[in-house]
Design a protein around this ligand. Sequence first.
Ligand code: GRF
Length: 200
Amino acid sequence: MKNLGILLSGRGSNFEAIARNVQAGKIPAQIAVVISNKEGAAGLATARNMGLETRFIPSQGKDREAFDREVVSVLKEFQVDVVCLAGFMRILSPYFVRAYPGRILNIHPALLPAFPGTDAQKQALDYGVRFTGCTVHIVDEGVDSGPIVCQAVVPLLDDDTQESLSARILKEEHRIYSEAVCLLVEDKVRLQGRRLMRKD
Ligand code: GRF
């Protein structure tokens, strides 16, 4: 059974969706540890209530790599195979990315490579695209730039606000993040350049 490590900084709804699918036996893995750099993160409380192992590792005032070394040592302690960034509001150092090559996933609320960075839903509204969505990608040393694992398309409606659009995207995030985790833990895919291909 593969071990998942979840990293979050806030609400944690993507984590919760993954955890429910793990509980339901829909993801052949277990959540070994949930780590947050924010003590008051709602997702950390949810994880505790679910009886999962949790760790609060403060990031404030720490050098990026020093913090990442602490996180990686906890992930190693729990023998984590796949790391899921679920609203983790930090950019990973090359040290972290190299510790888990091809085994760190992130969810972004836009159809990458469109609208990387923060406020992706607002960026889509401001630009006036007809469709946006969400992307699960493998984390590389750039920002929102790694190979794409899963995407879902969400149309923009005339009366959309940032809140209404974000809510519709979030529903798709919850669905595709678990799909992407399954692809990785079941070892069904391989990378050919940037393209994720199904193994025969
Ligand atoms: C999501 O919109 C995700 O795409 C982005 O941060 C948000 C996290 O939401 N990376 P939650 O904490 O999973 O509810």
